[in-house]
Design a protein around this ligand. Structure first.
Ligand code: ADP
Length: 293
């Protein structure tokens, strides 16, 4: 293809827009009833879709599994690898129910003229010993450039050594965020951010508004408590948010159930939740990852 000034200008405009890429994770705690298997919070999903209706900058959505995945994963032990044929049914069931939640979210978005296309990480990520071995981002990049709304989710992925593993929604958010050079990653859940202790069991816990390269240990130790989740709860969120911040990407952990929080973050209208400030000296790696996008 011949490079003309017009094409060059269009390509710069696309690159600039990609530099404004936001990744939004819809936490399972905010869009499902975690106490009841396979129960969506339809009003919450519809409200989020309403809030996204007029957002026109590049966006990738990721949803957590919530009660559509955790019960099947923890009951069968597939989060600790594949040890017998009896677990295969749980893999099939988890994929079946996860895709139902994906379809509910897709329907809410389509009804508002947003154009989601689902990507299932099981088909484009491979693990070895729980570490990401391979990932294919090109189709997501192409969907984004075409003006579609990629919709991913936390998923089971095949692992060369362990048979199967769990790729949390938070981890895929940081993987995609860094791989595509996102400018920020928003991790929505059912609490206002990272607290000094779990606010559900310690009502006097205080919110940590900002996590920097100076105070990050505080956030790590505050969130490291036991979790019933197959994906590590708040500890995993903080780990992934720090991975992003260290590489120059701004990240927020915020309350997706709080009606005004998402619009405020989308419109960059003030700070809400816990903000993970990009670390100094991380600009270089951020630019490198943007170039990759
Ligand atoms: P999601 O399913 O949306 O990804 P999780 O349930 O995994 O969210 O994590 C959110 C939960 O983490 C909250 O409901 C809260 O009870 C728990 N939590 C544990 N420790 C903390 C902490 N230090 N600060 C905030 N929340 C915490």
């Amino acid at each position: 293809m011949k490079v003309t000034p017009k094409r060059l200008k269009a390509s710069f405009a696309r690159m600039k827009r990609m530099g404004q890429l936001t990744i939004l994770k819809l936490g399972g705690s905010a869009i499902t009833d975690k106490a009841r298997e396979c129960t969506p919070d339809i009003p919450a999903i519809q409200r989020i879709a309403d809030q996204l209706r007029d957002y026109n900058l590049p966006l990738i959505l990721i949803h957590g599994g919530g009660s559509y995945a955790h019960p099947f994963v923890t009951r069968s032990g597939i989060d600790r690898g594949l040890r017998g044929r009896s677990q295969l049914r749980s893999i099939a069931e988890t994929e079946f129910y996860l895709s139902q939640l994906t379809r509910i979210i897709c329907a809410s978005l389509l009804l508002r003229n947003k154009l989601p296309v689902p990507f299932h990480p099981m088909s484009f990520v491979a693990f070895d010993k729980g570490n990401v071995k391979r990932v294919l981002l090109d189709p997501i990049r192409k969907a984004l450039r075409a003006g579609l709304l990629p919709l991913l989710h936390g998923d089971l992925v095949f692992d060369e050594s362990r048979g199967i593993g769990v790729l949390s929604g938070d981890r895929i958010a940081s993987l995609i965020g860094l791989g595509l050079g996102a400018s920020r990653v928003l991790l929505g859940c059912d609490v206002d951010g990272v607290y000094s202790e779990n606010p559900k069991t310690f009502p006097n816990a205080v919110l940590i508004p900002e996590v920097t390269s100076e105070n990050f240990r505080l956030a790590l130790s505050a969130s490291r408590g036991a979790s019933d989740d197959a994906t590590g709860g708040m500890g995993e969120k903080v780990t992934q948010a720090l991975r992003l911040a260290k590489n120059g990407c701004e990240c927020y952990i915020f309350n997706l159930k709080e009606k005004k929080a998402l619009p405020r973050l989308l419109e960059r209208d003030g700070i809400t939740g816990t903000r993970f400030v990009p670390w100094k000296n991380s600009r270089k790696s951020s630019k490198q990852s943007r170039r990759r996008a």
